[in-house]
Ligand binder design. Structure first.
Ligand SMILES: [Zn+2]
Length: 78
């Protein structure tokens, strides 16, 4: 029972929720992990600037990786 990931949501009676998290989600069914709750994948309803779209995040990750590689290369050339 305790091997499965826990919900961890803050409860009103202080402390954290210890219910098991819904599969594939971080929270239990009482704390936002319920079936069909939350925004659908690739939802654009509340989009303002697209800074957190999957594409933008992936792009940033690639740039960071490239920067890391370049830095490593520069370090090796010293
Ligand atoms: Zn919970």
């Amino acid at each position: 029972m305790l091997a499965s990931p826990r919900c961890g949501a803050k409860t009103r009676s202080s402390g954290v929720c210890r219910s098991p998290a819904v599969h594939g989600k971080k929270r239990c069914r009482m704390h936002g992990g319920a079936h069909r709750s939350g925004a659908p994948r690739a939802n654009q309803n509340a989009r303002k600037h697209g800074l957190f779209t999957r594409d933008a995040i992936a792009e940033r990750r690639q740039i960071r990786a490239l920067l890391g590689e370049a830095r490593k290369l520069l370090e090796e050339m010293k």
